[in-house]
Every structure is written in structure tokens, then in C-alpha cells.
Design a protein around this ligand. Structure first.
Ligand code: BG6
Length: 465
């Protein structure tokens, strides 16, 4: 079979996942915000399923990693849970059982010739730090996060050469402070803006700490994973273009600009200042952000954003929200993933890549997540026991064609990670939508490779399709 889309040498064909979505809470001494939310409000989770068992990775990591290798994956991103590794948050004293666990996981990846990419924060803020200090609102918590990061670099930096500060920091802002899908589900635009700034500062501080580490001196790299949702205006009318530009500033550039260029977007700063909601910062902090940009970028892409001008005038008595400047726009006849309710628009892959090439120093980057969540996949299981998820293969190939074209046109992209390798726990959606190349039976914990798993194996082997 001839290969039409051949990717660059050493391309990463891998998948992403996270500690809180796979490990289960076995032996974990602290609760993160999602553990806690589940403990107090089980019915906020699909079918009342929480993170206690997840995909049982804590107990089955050896078999799981072997399966990842069996389907040809050469790199995997997961995360180290702050609430597992650290016994005492103020001193960063570690839990020795947790150190042993992560050591074994990392060694197992290496043994299976899988590059481990370790993320330090995947929506799993320790709930104690929220209760005591207000979590990411508090600059003290940022410093505790740096202590944890330093511990990770010292313990695992001899073998882990690719580090991530945060997964989707914008989703933390949206989930915790704007649209109520992460505990504590606050709606407070001003706090959201401060947290947005604080997360940028936290990421830069971790980058600074990394630069001092042995790992960096031996060639290790650190990046951040951003969910980029290119924003398209409803029309070329001035008001629609303005609305889409604000969406781009607030939801994409608010992290992309500081992490790559070391500076906040001037038009965003201007709008927030005019509205009296600009974050509090110091010259010293801004210098940390300026001097500690990332080595590489991870981009999660699932869906675009479409915006139109605000229909109604923003009620001045209401507190500030970014929604003051736009309405979401639903493109007529758009393609949808009906299960997740997300638009399917593979062309955005190309637009993201070209934007990074042209406006972000052509920094090297990879797709750190892309995927299709589908409910009820058991109905696609054939008589031989194989889930025939051809829709997922089509979805990936469509996206990869646009990525390929962008690479031909000079995009500096070094890999493609699917979400995800093995079906995992998806926050409040729990196990509703499945994303994996490998299915998991929640009752028996038996894992089986889906058709897409055999597909990626071939893609990885041929370095294309
Ligand atoms: C990304 C996250 O936003 O999307 C993952 O990094 C998440 O943690 C994935 O699981 C899929 O989204 P969802 O909400 O369908 O699980």
C-alpha cells in the first residue's frame, strides 16, 4: 500500500491521558478538587461514577503500558498528581509509595520504548489548598506548586526529558470561575481574570525552576499544553469581526502570547483595564513571565469557536464576564459530534499550525490532544469482539490531512497525540463518551484494542497513511 501522507522523521505518534483520569484513588493520601466534588455531590457525575477506580492504571500500569506499546505508540503524556506525590504541601515532603509508583511507571514506559511526557497539572488542584488559600487565586499556592514541580524534576528528571507545566489552563479559568464545570463552580469574571494571570505566572515560575534543574542542563525541555479554539466570525461585518477578535484574545491569546512571547496581548490588557477588571501584577512578576517562555508547545484541538456580535446590550448591573463582548454563533449545517456536542471542523488544524508558524516564532509544537468521544460504542462490537470505530479513524485521518498540509507549508509540528490510548474517566461526563484506541469494560476491567488501535499501529509503523 502506498503512503500518501508521510510525516517527518521521528514524528511522535502517541496519546495523552492524565493521572486523575486513569489511576484511581488507590493509596492516594489527599483529595483534589474533583475527588472532593465527587465525595460531596455524586449526582453531578454521569451515572454517579467518580474517579475512585477510573481505568485502574494504579494497579494495571504494566499491562496498560504494554498495550500502548502493542498498538505502536512511541510517546505518551500523562500527569503526576500533586495530591499523590506530596505528603505535606507546604514543605513538598513526598509520599514514598507515590515516588515508587511514578518511578515504576516511568521505567515501564522506557522499557517499552515509549517517550514519557510528564505533565504537572491536569485540573487536579489539591482541595485543601483551595479551602485554605483560594487555590489558584493565591500567589502562595503558586509557590507551593513550584515546590512540587522542583521535586518532580529532581526525582524523575534523569529519565523524563519532556515536561509540561499545565494542561489547558484556560479550562481551569472557565471551569472554576466562569461556566461552572470544575469545583468550586464559581461565577466571577474578575476573579477569573486574576486566576488567568496567576496561572501564567505559575507556569513561568515553573519554567524558571526547570531551567535551574539538572534535567534542563542535560537537554530536557519544558512546555505547556493549550487548548486552542480558533475563533471564526459569523460574517465579515465589523461587529462580528470584533466579537471574534475578543474571543481570540481572551480564550486563546491570553495564554499563547505570554507563554511563547512573554507578553500579554495589548488589546486584551486595554479592554480589561477599561472595564476595571485587569489583574493585579508586579513588575517583578511580569519580568518572570517575560524571561521564562516555554521551549515547546502542546496544542489540544477538538473544536473551533464561532462568534457573532452581542445581540443584547450587556446589563451594567451584572458583574463582568467575557461574554459581554460576544455571542456564540452556531454555523448552520455545521458538522457535529452529537455525543459530545462539539463541532467537527478539521480545517482548523491547518489554521492553528499556520498561526503558530507566522505569529509565534515558528516554535516547535505538537498536537497534544485531538479525539472523538462517542457514547455506546459497545454496539459497534462485531462477532469477533472488535469495536469497529471507523468514525474515529475517519476523524483522525481528516484532521491529519490538514496537519500534513500545514507541515508541507512549513509548520514546525513534531507529533500527534490522540486523546486517548485507553478509555478513561472524563470528569463529570465520567465514562459517557469513550475516546480510546483501547476499550475498557468497567465491570471486569478487561481491555480490548479497537479497530482504531490497529489503524494507529499501522500509521505509526509507516509514519503516515
Ligand atoms: C481535554 C482534557 O479538554 O479534553 C481532557 O485535557 C478531557 O482531560 C478531554 O478528558 C475530553 O473532554 P471530555 O470533557 O469529553 O472528557
Amino acid at each position: 500500500m502506498s503512503i500518501k501522507y508521510k510525516f517527518p522523521k521521528n514524528f511522535w505518534w502517541g496519546a495523552a491521558t492524565s493521572g486523575p483520569q486513569t489511576e484511581g484513588r488507590f493509596n492516594k493520601k489527599h483529595a483534589n478538587v474533583f475527588d472532593h466534588w465527587f465525595d460531596i455531590e455524586k449526582n453531578a457525575f454521569f451515572n454517579g461514577v467518580g474517579p475512585n477506580v477510573a481505568s485502574n492504571f494504579y494497579n494495571s500500569y504494566k499491562e496498560d503500558i504494554k498495550m500502548m506499546a502493542d498498538i505502536g505508540l512511541n510517546s505518551i503524556r500523562t500527569s503526576i498528581q500533586w495530591t499523590r506525590l506530596i505528603k505535606d504541601f507546604e514543605t513538598a515532603e513526598v509520599d514514598t509509595e507515590a515516588v515508587a509508583f511514578y518511578n515504576q511507571v516511568i521505567d515501564e514506559f522506557l522499557k517499552n520504548k515509549i517517550i514519557p511526557v510528564m505533565n504537572l497539572q491536569h485540573f487536579d488542584l489539591p482541595v485543601e489548598l483551595y479551602d485554605k488559600y483560594g487555590g489558584w487565586e493565591s500567589k502562595h499556592v503558586l509557590d507551593l506548586f513550584v515546590l512540587f514541580a522542583e521535586k518532580c524534576f529532581a526525582l524523575f528528571g534523569d529519565r523524563v526529558k519532556h515536561w509540561i507545566t499545565f494542561n489547558e489552563p484556560m479550562v481551569i479559568v472557565e471551569g472554576q470561575y466562569l461556566y461552572k464545570f470544575h469545583y468550586p463552580n464559581i461565577v466571577d469574571g474578575k476573579k477569573a481574570v486574576q486566576v488567568l494571570y496567576n496561572l501564567n505566572l505559575a507556569s513561568a515560575k515553573v519554567v524558571a525552576a526547570f531551567k535551574q534543574s539538572k534535567c534542563a542542563k542535560q537537554g530536557g525541555e519544558i512546555g505547556v499544553v493549550l487548548n486552542l479554539t480558533p475563533s471564526y466570525p459569523r460574517s465579515q461585518a465589523e461587529d462580528d469581526i470584533k466579537a471574534a477578535a475578543f474571543v481570540e484574545d481572551f480564550f486563546n491569546k491570553s495564554f499563547l502570547d505570554p507563554v511563547v512571547k512573554g507578553e500579554f496581548t495589548p488589546s486584551l490588557v486595554q479592554t480589561l483595564r477599561k472595564d476595571g477588571v485587569l489583574w493585579e501584577s508586579t513588575a517583578e512578576e511580569l519580568a518572570i513571565i517575560k524571561n521564562n517562555t516555554v521551549d515547546f508547545l502542546g496544542v489540544n484541538y477538538y473544536q473551533p469557536r464561532r462568534a457573532k456580535s452581542k445581540g443584547a446590550v450587556w446589563d451594567k448591573t451584572k458583574s463582568w464576564m467575557p461574554d459581554k463582548y460576544f455571542d456564540d454563533y452556531e454555523l448552520p449545517n455545521r458538522r457535529m459530534n452529537p455525543y459530545r456536542g462539539w463541532e467537527i471542523y478539521p480545517q482548523a488544524m491547518y489554521d492553528i499550525a499556520i498561526n503558530i508558524r507566522d505569529n509565534y516564532n515558528n516554535i516547535h509544537w505538537y498536537i497534544s490532544e485531538n479525539g472523538m468521544g462517542v457514547e455506546g460504542e459497545e454496539k459497534y462490537r462485531n462477532a469477533d469482539g472488535l469495536i469497529e470505530d471507523v468514525y474515529r479513524i475517519d476523524f483522525y485521518e481528516e484532521h491529519l490531512r490538514y496537519l500534513y498540509k500545514a507541515i508541507q507549508d512549513g509548520a514546525n509540528c513534531f507529533g500527534f497525540h490522540a486523546w486517548t490510548a485507553i478509555d478513561c474517566w472524563s470528569w463529570s461526563n465520567a465514562y459517557k463518551n469513550r475516546y480510546g484506541y483501547i476499550a475498557v469494560d468497567l465491570i471486569t476491567q478487561i481491555k480490548t484494542i479497537k479497530k482504531s488501535g490497529y489503524w494507529i499501529k499501522n500509521v505509526a509503523k509507516e509514519n503516515g497513511f
